[in-house]
Design a protein around this ligand. Structure first.
Ligand SMILES: *[C@@H]1O[C@H](CO)[C@@H](O)[C@H](O)[C@H]1NC(C)=O
Ligand SMILES: *[C@@H]1O[C@H](CO)[C@@H](O)[C@H](O)[C@H]1NC(C)=O
Ligand SMILES: *[C@@H]1O[C@H](CO)[C@@H](O)[C@H](O)[C@H]1NC(C)=O
Ligand SMILES: *[C@@H]1O[C@H](CO)[C@@H](O)[C@H](O)[C@H]1NC(C)=O
Length: 270
């Protein structure tokens, strides 16, 4: 189970979220950004911009009370305040990778994190460096045991950039949090088609169906019909990604509860 948290500025804490003991539960802190407060790029020097209540101590406590919890920092996201963020080609990719490695290592140690998620959502037309910089960054973090888990979060317009990254560095990428809610599929049957397409582009075993609370794409219990249809069609549902805890707070975390029940039931029947 993967859950984005802390992106919208709504006060939300880890302890608000219901967590079942037998689920590998990953909180994805949203976001760590290569920019200063005005949104100016810092050549790979990342800073945490997630909701302030998600402190190092809060991470420590939730992990101590729930040994099945891990925490990741998601890189970039859509915007910082009103400033839309984009990948840019660093002048010196090696310098960018070193800066990113050092700044993220500091954040990961400080917050006791287990991994990173890649969520760049905009790219320049002349993009040439994303796959190399991000792939080498993940590889270096893993090789030096700074992180144990890495995920990527493509959406329908960015999928080609992520396919390029995945095709060269797939072995260091553990999960694909494809944003299915951007594929504009509203029915279980179309969700299945989309899942099959993304499963061929990446790796169906690592691909997690996703749900946007109060968002786009399939909504309500239709999501669980889609999960059942994916299984009936012969693919495993190895996890679920939800965006986001911030939005789920007001409905009592209905989708988090039901997704975990679904996953536990699938495991029991496997
Ligand atoms: C790529 O395009 C951006 C504007 O989108 C420009 O600032 C940059 O100089 C270009 N880089 C190369 C290598 O052409
Ligand atoms: C897909 O991912 C699974 C789980 O990590 C792995 O065992 C399998 O070899 C991968 N398949 C391909 C084609 O890379
Ligand atoms: C899975 O779905 C595809 C259509 O997406 C269909 O052609 C195929 O027969 C289905 N397979 C099973 C086992 O249901
Ligand atoms: C659990 O799985 C069984 C067999 O697939 C299914 O019939 C049942 O409806 C499932 N229950 C829930 C709560 O998903």
């Amino acid at each position: 189970m993967m859950e984005y948290i802390g992106a919208t500025g709504v006060p939300v804490s880890f302890t608000d979220v219901p967590i079942k003991p037998k689920i590998d539960f990953y909180f994805i802190l949203s976001f760590a950004i290569d920019a200063d407060h005005s949104g100016k790029p810092m050549n790979g020097v990342f800073s945490p911009y997630w909701e302030e209540s998600l402190t190092p101590n809060a991470v420590k406590k939730i992990k101590a009370s729930h040994p099945n919890v891990k925490a990741l920092a998601s890189l970039s996201g859509w915007s910082l305040g009103n400033k839309v963020l984009s990948w840019y080609n660093p002048k010196n990719p090696q310098k960018w990778i070193t800066n990113a490695y050092n700044s993220l290592r500091r954040i990961i140690k400080k917050y006791n994190l287990d991994g990173i998620d890649i969520d760049y959502e905009n790219f320049p037309k002349n993009e040439t460096t994303f796959s190399f910089c991000i792939g080498e960054l993940i590889t270096r973090l893993k090789n030096n045991n700074v992180i144990t888990v890495a995920s990527i979060a493509p959406y329908y317009l960015t999928v080609n950039y992520y396919i390029k990254l995945y095709s060269s560095y797939g072995e260091v990428i553990d999960y694909v949090n494809h944003q299915f809610y951007t594929d504009k599929v509203k029915t279980p049957a179309r969700y299945l088609d989309s899942f099959k397409l993304r499963g061929m582009q990446f790796n169906a075993t690592k691909l997690l169906p996703s749900y946007e609370v109060n968002g786009r794409g399939i909504q309500g219990d239709g999501f669980f019909d889609a999960l059942r249809l994916i299984q009936a069609n012969g693919s495993a549902v190895n996890g679920v990604m939800i965006f986001s805890a911030d939005d789920s707070k007001s409905n009592g975390f209905y989708f988090e509860k039901k997704s975990q029940a679904f996953l536990l039931n699938s495991t029991a029947n496997a």
